[in-house]
Design a protein around this ligand. Sequence first.
Ligand SMILES: Nc1ncnc2c1ncn2[C@@H]1O[C@H](COP(=O)(O)OP(=O)(O)O)[C@@H](O)[C@H]1O
Ligand SMILES: [Mg+2]
Length: 262
Amino acid sequence: MADTVIQTRDLTKQFIKRRGLSSLRHPFEKQAITAVQGINLSVKRGEIFGLLGPNGAGKTTLTKMLCTLLLPTSGSATVNGFDLVKQQAKVKGSMALISSEERSFYWRLSGRQNLRFFAALYGLPRQQAEERISALLSQVGLTEAADRRFNQYSTGMKQRLGLARGLLANPDIFFMDEPTKGLDPLASHQTHEFVKQQLVAQGKTVVIATHQLVEAEEVCDRVGIMSGGVMVACGGVRELSGDASLSDYFLSLVEESEQEPG
Ligand SMILES: Nc1ncnc2c1ncn2[C@@H]1O[C@H](COP(=O)(O)OP(=O)(O)O)[C@@H](O)[C@H]1O
Ligand SMILES: [Mg+2]
């Protein structure tokens, strides 16, 4: 269905970890960790979907698989109609990943120079790129700071430059991994407004991985609650929580999953 922009079938990721020398009896025994297990998920075009779960739930691993940064161990998925494994380049061309990691920017270049670099990487013609970069810097509120060095930016400004870079190639799908990590309440609010007003208004699909209930409640249309690599519940924010608040519901799920042996 064209309306479904992300569809996964039993998507699973295992990491193999060597026990190392700390385990004296079996020093080189390998241990498999299932970070994401049997995820069946579908996200519709234009939707803001939240992956909600505590630390270690598997949100980043699932996000990285959907961005082709990690290969699934088993299962399959389509992103924008393209097969996640067989059509990796097409999947990559359909999406942008915005994470709170800022390692991918050049610290000694200005915000504008950084965007120029990425525009060249995406193959945008020079003149078109200049106009687009100025428009994007203004859209994310960085016009004044555009020519300051990246290493002088605040956390919020770095995060907004990440948004501008994501928009540069104009992809259909945005993945945001903990987008407001380290931001103050005002900057978080501005990010949420940006997602709701700018991205969704342009018909983009947004998948937000977060451990913050408030964030999910504030921006998402639907959420999938993850715990221990498994999606334990999925639905509309209001639908899921029923009469109780989503937070009570979420906390009860997390407690339940922590009580299970394993
Ligand atoms: N590269 C890796 N090697 C081994 N284990 C990993 C690796 N990446 C993540 N994990 C494990 O997978 C689980 C899920 O991690 P992650 O996807 O980062 O969760 P979240 O983003 O929800 O906090 C955790 O138990 C984590 O320790
Ligand atoms: Mg994470």
